[in-house]
Design a binder for this molecule. Structure first.
Ligand SMILES: [Fe+2]
Ligand SMILES: [Fe+2]
Length: 287
């Protein structure tokens, strides 16, 4: 079991582009990442705002790198809770920031939050915005679990925020920053499961049509790919990851852990309660 979540620190993954890492237990073999990103250019951009349980850690990490007053943009990829955790705090702390979102994000988050319409800009896949020293392009990621999702591509650094795509379990902090540090068997086992859990619609995809979409995204030209729930991919690992999701088109879904896993978790909880030094089992995280 895996009750101790290692401390993680921001990592520069491309020029002035920082991964803001956080992790959550994911079974006996490791953790699932709940990352965000910061582009600290002429007009700093916060890219997603993490999940609620990491709120204080997230603020500490982000604002150790940038003065809240200097943040010019908050890019929200979609309205899932693991990406909106510190959204209200970020808007309040960063008075000069404009929120990059879209109509449906606002419509869906409106059930929960009162967002400032006069501080936002609605952008869709295929559109872009000027962040001073760079143009940031929005695109539809290969894998996604929310209809509002848009990824972000920085043509200046060839770095990409691919949102929920390329999720997998990591064994520890080091593997967050470099996918080559992930044991191959762990990657081979958990990448297909999490990417299928996130996008169960892949079973109905036409492989040829989907392939063209993947070609378009990969064809943007990529040196660094950062994922909210996986390691940073560089070099040949980028194309390999695209090939792994390409193969999912038209294939049966991976249903993930079933009732047996729940029974096992409950048994482990019972065992933990009867053993003072034992710890509770790890929950299976949502995608
Ligand atoms: Fe999501
Ligand atoms: Fe997510």
């Amino acid at each position: 079991m895996n009750d101790a979540v290692p401390t993680t620190t921001p990592q520069e993954i491309a020029p002035e582009t920082w991964l803001i890492p956080n992790m959550y237990p994911a079974g006996p073999d490791g953790f699932i990442a709940v990352n965000t990103m910061l582009i600290r250019g002429a007009e700093p951009v916060i890219v997603d705002t993490g999940c609620p349980i990491h709120k204080e850690l997230w603020k500490e990490k982000v604002f150790s790198l940038v003065d809240p007053e200097d943040v010019r943009w908050i890019f929200l990829s979609h309205d899932d809770g693991d990406h909106t955790g510190s959204l209200l705090d970020a808007l309040e702390m960063c008075p000069n920031a404009t929120l990059i979102c879209n109509f449906f994000i606002v419509e869906r988050l409106g059930l929960e939050y009162d967002l400032p319409l006069d501080r936002m800009c609605w952008l869709q896949p295929g559109e872009s915005f000027d962040a001073g020293d760079r143009t940031l392009h929005l695109f539809k990621p290969p894998i996604f679990d929310g209809p509002t999702t848009r990824g972000l591509y920085d043509a200046k650094t060839a770095a990409m925020w691919i949102v929920d795509s390329f999720a997998h379990v990591v064994p520890g902090e080091e593997a967050l920053y470099d996918v080559r540090a992930v044991p191959q068997d762990l990657y081979d086992e958990t990448f297909p499961m999490f990417n299928s859990l996130i996008s169960p619609w892949h079973q109905w995809l036409d492989p040829a049509v989907y392939s063209r979409h993947l070609d378009d995204v990969e064809g943007l030209g990529l040196l660094t790919v950062a994922s909210a729930h996986g390691s940073v991919h560089t070099g040949p690992a980028i194309h390999d990851a695209f090939e792994r999701v390409r193969r999912m088109a038209g294939q049966p879904i991976n249903p993930g852990p079933g009732p047996d896993a729940l029974e096992q978790m409950l048994a482990e909880i019972a065992a933990a309660e009867s053993a003072p030094d034992a710890t509770a089992p790890d929950p299976v995280p949502a995608g």
